[in-house]
Unconditional design. Structure first.
Length: 115
């Protein structure tokens, strides 16, 4: 394997090509770092992202509607169904925690009044 620190090896036919490739890759990397770190690149990336999100919105809605209809026809829950169920379970867990705390208070009061 040849590198910039080694002497020329006449028995390595690809050594020169590797050195040229590495030098080219280093040059491109430096150029790309300089380009990516500019405000113009950030503005262009933001504009492209906005355009893509705007144009993909209707497609996303059609895809979501098709998926919802497909899941309904297969008697499977949709994302909204799972979200509603998770909210209800969270509500039940919170109420159980509140009831547990109140029960602890009642038990503590009963023990204190019995002494």
């Amino acid at each position: 394997m040849s590198s910039n620190n080694e002497a020329f090896n006449p028995f390595d036919p690809t050594g020169m090509f590797k050195d040229v490739r590495n030098a080219g890759m280093d040059a491109w990397a430096k150029v790309m770092v300089d380009v990516v770190n500019t405000d113009a690149y950030a503005d262009a990336s933001g504009a492209m992202l906005d355009a893509w999100l705007t144009s993909s919105g209707p497609f996303r809605k059609v895809l979501d509607d098709a998926m919802t209809n497909t899941l309904a026809s297969l008697n499977l829950p949709s994302r909204d169904d799972v979200t509603r169920l998770a909210e209800r379970i969270t509500n039940i867990e919170m109420r159980l925690d509140d009831m547990d705390a109140k029960l602890d208070e009642v038990l503590s009061a009963c023990r204190n009044s019995g002494n």
